[in-house]
Design a protein around this ligand. Sequence first.
Ligand SMILES: [Zn+2]
Length: 305
Amino acid sequence: MTFAFYTSEEHFSHQTEDDHPEHAMRIMAIEQELKSRNLWEQLIHANGEEANLPDILRAHSKGYVEQLHLIQPKHGHIYVDEDTAMTPGSLKAALWSAGSCTTALDALTANKFSSAFVATRPPGHHAEHKKAMGFCFFNNVAISALRAADIHHYQRIAVLDFDAHQGNGTIDILGNDQRFLLLSSFQHPFYPYTHYQESKYTNLINVPLASGAGSATFRAAIEERWLPALKHFGPEIIIVSAGFDGHKDDPMAELNLTDDDYRWLGELIHKHTNPKRVPILSILEGGYNLNALGRSVSEYINGAK
Ligand SMILES: [Zn+2]
């Protein structure tokens, strides 16, 4: 398997305060751990680009995008909700974050490699059609999935999300669109509390996990709920909201997953659920304990390779 790793320096423009959990050190911690394990040189390294407006507007309303540009501060920072800090460079970073994902998608579609991990920030899966929330402005995964459908003409796109928080934005944007199968696991009840219920969506499979759930519960639930649905759907491409805040050391959630669970996920998604070897695009979401994040991403990539 050929595996690409995407980054861009532009995430530094989203200069959140040192005490904000979503900060630039997250990407640096991932890179450092990959280097320390000699995984770094086994990856194909590529840079993202800035997203173009038509890609953003497949997932978000024009009014919302214009409003974000209007409220972006010239100095200091503002909060667009109780968690989501916006600085003078946040939208530039968010556009590069989304654009790194679509650039990786295009390269995957052109068979330049078989899998890609986009180490990007700000993350995206809480951003709804017209609402920024939970550290997210543009929904990187939904933007990539809609481009995969509209530009690359994939007809069956699986969107997997194993972040500890439900990807409300992704469901808001892609819910009830039969081109997409949405598979989500998350702590419940927990942020974002809206809890997008399976019964309201024809293309959503939820795996809610109680606070304290660990490896055995998580793996059994994924195998029972996700795998039959994936097999039945037969995706032509798989896009993953790869969030690592379910780790037992993570301060932002209360699940008890381990480094090895992320290796298991990497292997499961890339090998066991993918007999036809379709392209896989994994996009970073959460993960806020720097050591656990670096190790978990490394294990995920290790399991995939
Ligand atoms: Zn999360």
